[in-house]
Design a protein around this ligand. Structure first.
Ligand code: MN
Length: 479
C-alpha cells in the first residue's frame, strides 16, 4: 500500500486491538512534532517513515508497545529527546524498545570493519534478549528497502547485500516468511536488476498461461470441501522472484520448478487437512516423492503444512499446500503469530517460544558464548546458522537440522553429548559409513555407541563442522 496515513494505521489496529488506539495516536503526534521539518531523501516529510514502520508492525498484529516504539524508533537518534523522556511520557517498555533499536541503528556500515562486526553481533544477539527489537528493526529495514530507489547506487548495493546476509536469515529464523520473501525480492532487484526483470517477465507469462488451470482446480476443491461442510479458504500463491532465482542457480530449469505456482488451502482443523489431502489425491494424480508432511514433522522454525504436487488440469503440475488457519498465521508471521494470544505478555510469550521451540536459539547462544572476537563470531554465525541447511532423520523419525557440510560427528553431538562421546560407528540409510561422512538431506542416521569407548578420537575436532561438536570434543579431551 502506498501513502499510508495515520487513519490507515488506526484502522489496522482497530481490527485486532480496538482498546489501544489512543496511545498509538499519541505516539504518532509526539513523533510528528519531533521530526517536524525533517525530510526523507524521497522528498516526503520524515514522519512517513516511522508511520510506515508502525503500519508493517500493526499488519503483523504487534502489541501496542511495539507499534508505539515503531513510531518513535528514530526519535532518540534524530531529535533532542532522551530515553527517560519517553519512559515518562509513555512507559518504560516503549522506552527500552526504542533505545534497543537506536543502539542497533548507530551502525554505519561503510566505516571501520571492527565497528561493523561489533554492530552485526549486536543485531544478531539482540534476538536473545527481546525479539521485538529485531522485529522493529526488520520492519525498519523493509521500509528502507522499499524506498531504496532514492539512494545512490553504491548505497543500494550495500544495503541490499547486508539485507541478504543478515536480515533475511533473521526473518527466516523467526519464521516471518512474508517479510523474508519481500526483503529477498527487493534485494535481488538491486543486486541483479537484469536477472530480476527477466525472471519477473517469465513468471508473469507462466501465471497467465496457468491461470485458468488453477482457477478450475480451485473451484473443484472448493466444491469438494463445501459438500463435506469443511470451512475453508483457498488462495493462489506464486513463488517469489528470489525463490525462482535460487532454483535456477542450482541448475533447475524454469519448467522443472514444480512449486512455481501453488494452491494454498486453509481449513479449520488438522483432521480436515488429511481429509482434504485424500480428496485431492482422489481427484488429481499425486507425484509420490513430492509429498511432505510438515504437520507431523514441523520445520525447525515451526512451519507446519502438508505439501503435495499433483497433475492438475491440462496435465500441469500444481503444488498444493494444506494447513489450518492457525498454521497459516504461523507460516506468514512466524513467532509474531503468538502476539495475539496473550495480550500484554508478548515479550515473555515470544521469548519462551523462541527458547523452547526454535532450534537455532540454542546454537546462537552457544556460538555467542564461544567466540569473544566479533569477526569470528559473525563468520561462525554466517557459516553455521545462516548458511544452507541439511535435514536428516533419527531412527525414531525426528528431524534434525544441521548446517550444510555437517558430518555424522555433528549429528551425534547434537543428539546428546554422551552419544557423541561414546560413538564407535555410524549407519546412514542402513549402510556403514565413516564418522566424518557428510550428511545429505533425508539421510536416516543411526549412531552406534559403546560405553567402553575411549571417547572422541584426536582428529574428530577437525572433522566436526559445528562449533557445538568441536567444543564438546575439546571439553572431553581437557578432562
Ligand atoms: Mn528508521
Amino acid at each position: 500500500m502506498n501513502n499510508i496515513m495515520l487513519q490507515d494505521l488506526l484502522n489496522k489496529l482497530k481490527e485486532y486491538n480496538p482498546d489501544e488506539v489512543e496511545i498509538v495516536k499519541k505516539a504518532y503526534e509526539y513523533a510528528d512534532t519531533l521530526h517536524k521539518g525533517q525530510m526523507r531523501q524521497s522528498g516526503e516529510p520524515y514522519i512517513s517513515h516511522p508511520l510506515n514502520v508502525a503500519y508493517i508492525l500493526a499488519d503483523m498484529h504487534a502489541d501496542k508497545d511495539t507499534v508505539c516504539a515503531g513510531l518513535l524508533h528514530d526519535t532518540l537518534e534524530d531529535t533532542n529527546i532522551t530515553k527517560e523522556d519517553i519512559a515518562h511520557d509513555f512507559n518504560q517498555n516503549i522506552a527500552n524498545l526504542v533505545d534497543g533499536v537506536t543502539k542497533l541503528s548507530k551502525m554505519n556500515f561503510s566505516t571501520k570493519q571492527d565497528q561493523n562486526y561489533a554492530n552485526t553481533r549486536k543485531i544478531i544477539t539482540g534476538i536473545t534478549e527481546d525479539v521485538r527489537i529485531i522485529i522493529i528493526k526488520l520492519a525498519d529495514r523493509l521500509h528502507n528497502m522499499r524506498t531504496l530507489e532514492f539512494k545512490s547506487e553504491f548505497k543500494q548495493k550495500e544495503n541490499a547485500l547486508e539485507t541478504m546476509e543478515i536480515f533475511v536469515p533473521l526473518a527466516y529464523y523467526i519464521g516471518a516468511y512474508r517479510i523474508k520473501s519481500e526483503l529477498e525480492d527487493l534485494s535481488l532487484q538491486y543486486l541483479k536488476p537484469d536477472m530480476y526483470k527477466k525472471i519477473e517477465e517469465r513468471k508473469i507469462k507462466i501465471e497467465e498461461i496457468s491461470n485458468s488451470c488453477l482457477k478450475e482446480m480451485l473451484y473443484k476443491i472448493e466444491t469438494l470441501l463445501k459438500d463435506r461442510n469443511i470451512p475453508n479458504e483457498i488462495k493462489v500463491r506464486t513463488k517469489n522472484i528470489y525463490g525462482i532465482y535460487k532454483r535456477l542457480n542450482e541448475g533447475h530449469k524454469l519448467s522443472d520448478i514444480h512449486d512455481l505456482l501453488s494452491l494454498k488451502i486453509m481449513v479449520d482443523e488438522i483432521e480436515n487437512c488429511y481429509l482434504t489431502l485424500g480428496l485431492i489425491h482422489q481427484e488429481y494424480h499425486p507425484i509420490n516423492d513430492k509429498f511432505k508432511d510438515y504437520i507431523c514433522n514441523p520445520k525447525t522454525n515451526m512451519y507446519r503444512s502438508l505439501h503435495t504436487t499433483v497433475f492438475g488440469p491440462d496435465d500441469r503440475l500444481v503444488q498444493t499446500q494444506i494447513r489450518t488457519f492457525d498454521m497459516d498465521k504461523v507460516a506468514s508471521f512466524g513467532l509474531t503469530a503468538y502476539w495475539d494470544e496473550q495480550k500484554g505478555k508478548a515479550r515473555d510469550v515470544m521469548q519462551e517460544n523462541l527458547k523452547q521451540r526454535f532450534q537455532f536459539f540454542k546454537s546462537l547462544t552457544e556460538i555467542n558464548s564461544m567466540f569473544g572476537d566479533n569477526q569470528q563470531f559473525v563468520n561462525q554465525v554466517k557459516s553455521e546458522l545462516f548458511a544452507d541447511r541439511v535435514y536428516v532423520y533419527t531412527t525414531k523419525g525426528d528431524i534434525i537440522e544441521l548446517p550444510k557440510g555437517a558430518t555424522a560427528i555433528d549429528f551425534a553431538y547434537k543428539i546428546h553429548t554422551d552419544i557423541g562421546n561414546t560413538m564407535v560407528g555410524v549407519f546412514v540409510n542402513d549402510e556403514y559409513v565413516p564418522v566424518d561422512y557428510v550428511l545429505q538431506n533425508k539421510d536416516r542416521v543411526r549412531i552406534v555407541t559403546d560405553d567402553l569407548s575411549f571417547g572422541p578420537r584426536d582428529d574428530w575436532e577437525e572433522k566436526a563442522h559445528t562449533s557445538y561438536a568441536k567444543k564438546k570434543i575439546r571439553d572431553f579431551n581437557k578432562k
